[in-house]
Design a binder for this molecule. Structure first.
Ligand SMILES: NC(=O)c1ccc[n+]([C@@H]2O[C@H](COP(=O)([O-])OP(=O)(O)OC[C@H]3O[C@@H](n4cnc5c(N)ncnc54)[C@H](O)[C@@H]3O)[C@@H](O)[C@H]2O)c1
Length: 336
């Protein structure tokens, strides 16, 4: 489904983080709906390197791009030489900036700030040099435990990841004031959908519960999971927001959620129905109390107004659309 009329003929689109979950979905969106666009992916791809929390330093995976026929560059957004080569060798019309340390539990503040904020500034300068539209990934983590519904302007990040995304937003506002390019920051809430498996333990609970059920294991939820509510958003709506952000009414920072809070218990209940299982839920104490979001719900009023964004997947619809892929991944990756 196309969200804009422009064919994007002879347009060049850079997707940073294009081997990751959201970036690879964007790449395929363009390939399928705007085949005349020239899509270039820049991603660090995974090495074996890990952070002190034991998780991989980058989740990019070639399997997310099987079938993609555009250009792929393996590189680090912190590499200024690489960015200046991109500036001289290409002329980008749009930059979708998805590359980041996306793991909210990473503790290395130095690398988080460098990768998420400082490299973003260099990419903003590239966008200015090319007169390209910048559409970048901010996050609902900017809100921390701020009161629901979360609104732009009422942030309270409670980890360095959320802090880094909020700093990206501050920087963007400075550029919006001084420069003439279009800049749109998208504060994604909890995304789920095809392409997230290679995020390992940081993949959504939709996928993780799905695989527990397929393995015949009792789903393990935190105690009071019927009262832990989040705005879970299906990848189809994340893509819609990104594409509409190519032609915003005005630059700005916008929430991307469904506008509805749903519980972790809902996820399991919907999955059990879709997968035709009746396993007994087990409840375990929540070890993250203090650094955990207990209620998120995006206020999407300004997103609707500025982008014409309208969420089209309730959680029931998103899980229904995703369940075939959850089974495929289970059969081809997990059971192997
Ligand atoms: N998935 C969500 O629920 C969610 C929610 C809010 C915000 N976000 C943000 O959206 C963006 C995309 O997230 P995702 O879920 O697709 O995560 P992801 O980890 O799958 O994708 C990020 C990609 O960036 C690449 N990358 C990391 N560091 C890099 C570097 N230094 N140079 C080049 N590439 C690098 C990784 O290899 C990976 O492919 C991220 O900025 C993330 O912070 C995601």
């Amino acid at each position: 489904m196309r969200y804009i009329n422009d064919d994007l003929i002879e347009k060049t689109i850079l997707i940073t983080g294009g081997a990751g979950f959201i970036g690879s979905n964007l790449a395929f969106y363009f390939q399928e709906n705007h085949p005349d666009a020239n899509v270039v992916i820049l991603d660090m791809f995974r090495s074996g390197e890990t952070f002190s929390n034991g998780n991989l330093k980058s989740f990019g995976h070639f399997k997310n791009l099987i079938g993609f026929s555009g250009e792929i560059i393996s590189g680090d957004i912190n590499d200024r030489e690489l960015l200046s080569r991109l500036e001289s060798d290409y002329k980008f019309d749009y930059i979708f900036h998805e590359a980041a340390i996306s793991d909210t539990t990473v503790l290395e503040q130095d690398l988080m700030i460098k990768t998420n904020i400082n490299a973003y500034k260099d990419l903003l300068d590239l966008a200015v040099a090319h007169d390209a539209n910048m559409i970048y990934a901010s996050s609902a983590a900017t809100y921390g435990n701020a009161e629901s519904p979360q609104r732009v302007g009422r942030e309270a990040p409670n980890n360095v990841y959320g802090f880094s995304k909020l700093s990206m937003d501050h920087l963007s506002r400075e550029y919006m004031k001084k420069k003439s390019i279009s800049i749109v920051g998208l504060r994604y809430f909890n995304a789920y959908g095809a392409g997230e498996y290679f995020k390992n333990s940081t993949a959504s609970m939709v996928l993780q519960f799905g695989h527990q059920l397929l393995a015949g294991k009792n789903p393990r939820l935190f105690e009071d999971s019927d009262k832990i509510l989040r705005d879970f958003i299906y990848i189809g709506d994340i893509i819609q927001a990104n594409i509409k952000a190519m032609q915003p009414k005005e630059s700005g920072i916008y929430n991307v959620g469904t506008g509805k809070a749903r519980s972790f218990q809902d996820i399991v209940d919907i999955l059990q129905k879709e997968l035709d299982t009746e396993l007994t839920c087990e409840y375990i104490p929540n070890p993250f109390i203090g650094s955990y979001q207990f209620h998120t719900e995006a206020d999407i009023t300004t997103t609707r107004e500025a982008l014409g964004y309208e969420p089209s997947f309730e959680m029931e619809d998103g899980i229904k659309a995703y369940v075939g892929e959850i089974k495929r991944i289970y059969a081809t990756e997990v059971k192997q």
